[in-house]
Design a protein around this ligand. Structure first.
Ligand code: ADP
Ligand code: SF4
Ligand code: MG
Length: 326
């Protein structure tokens, strides 16, 4: 049986929209994450995909408890962590790390790389002394493809790809089991992207890391992930094993997203049906009635404007929220 490392159940994160000059009143809610459930297996990668603003980063921040959920549960190795207080949360914080999209803004420009990489080790007591942390940092530099003399330099002295390597060294310095990768290569050149992705894959093989991989790059998602959830306006609309979903997407939104990515084989490319997405993503403050995708959906039916479709299990490993899919 596959072991589950992280399990998220009915997660919600709403942000109040306030208005008023002196007295601010809540006039609306942004339902950034609205009833999202998924599981991440040990040593495997679960990808969250979707257009900008659909709630991916908010899922990440809530899972890490950088922000409190509005509702729902988060289980880490079976232990519910969504309501733990700071002190009880600390041991779990050590086991979960995040790598952000923009390495420059996530690295303190006034600290040397050595300080950046050793700080979490000392804070979480993974190393007992500064010396021990520094020795570990030297090894980490090699692991991420940097040199030990880089430890004495500052973030601005590096390229984007190198800075992301520093961020990765810092993240893995405290020997986590679970890493959230929030669009970790989207600010990098394509050739550098591939190197960083390979680093993640190497580490997963070596250390059995579990990843939550967030991206809108479907090619990367297919390459790196085992399972995938496709998000639209705060909800997962389709979820399943990556190969299955990519080979036969069931939800019209997944179909549209996937049909927009080029396939290297010209025969397949010519034969397949392209679904062009009309219009943009509606505002998360005023989502359409019924299925949120209905204004853009070429298969819309009457019921689609009335009822939000239930997120149902339609086969062994596949969940879909669409009135069409029985
Ligand atoms: N701190 C916040 N306060 C208010 N709204 C927020 C906040 N963080 C995110 N949002 C809103 O929540 C929605 C989802 O954002 P986000 O999770 O960043 O999406 P993604 O990462 O998929 O691009 C967006 O409409 C965004 O504007
Ligand atoms: S529920 Fe209706 S509108 Fe929504 S994706 Fe399915 S067919 Fe399209
Ligand atoms: Mg984001």
């Amino acid at each position: 049986m596959t072991e589950i490392l992280l399990s998220v159940k009915n997660l919600k994160k709403y942000f109040p929209v306030k208005q008023g000059f002196l007295i601010k009143r809540v006039v609306a809610e942004i339902k950034a994450v609205d009833d999202v459930s998924f599981e991440i297996k040990k040593g495997k990668t679960f990808a969250l995909v979707g257009e900008s603003g659909c709630g991916k980063t908010t899922v990440a921040r809530t899972v890490l408890r950088l922000t409190d959920p509005t509702a729902g549960e988060i289980f880490f190795e079976g232990k519910e962590i969504s309501k733990l207080r700071y002190k009880e949360l600390l041991p779990f914080r050590r086991r979960m790390q995040i790598v952000f999209q923009d390495p420059m803004s996530s690295l303190n420009p006034r600290m040397t790389v050595g300080q950046i990489v050793t700080e979490p080790m000392l804070f979480h007591k993974v190393a007992k002394t500064k010396n021990e942390a520094y020795e570990k940092a030297k090894k980490l530099m090699e692991m991420v493809g940097l040199k030990t003399f880089h430890l004495d330099r500052y973030p601005h002295q590096f390229s984007g790809g190198q800075r992301q390597r520093i961020a990765i060294a810092r993240a893995i310095s405290i020997e986590p089991e679970f890493l959230i990768l929030d669009e970790p290569t989207s600010s990098l050149d394509v050739s550098v992207q591939a190197q960083i992705i390979n680093l993640f894959l190497d580490f997963q093989q070596q250390f059995r890391f579990s990843y939550l991989f967030i991206s809108h790059n479907l090619g990367l998602v297919r390459f790196i992930s085992h399972d995938v959830g496709i998000m639209y306006l705060g909800k997962i609309v389709e979820m399943g094993e990556t190969d299955d979903v990519f080979e036969e997407p069931l939800h019209p939104y997944s179909k549209a997203l996937l049909s927009a990515t080029p396939i290297p084989d010209p025969e397949v490319e010519r034969a397949r049906q392209r679904i062009i997405l009309r219009g943009g993503v509606p505002s998360p403050i005023s989502r359409p009635n019924g299925c949120f995708f209905n204004p853009r959906c070429p298969f819309k039916m009457e019921i689609c404007e009335k009822e939000y479709p239930e997120f149902r299990k339609v086969s062994q490993n596949r969940w879909v929220a669409c009135h069409l899919v029985k």
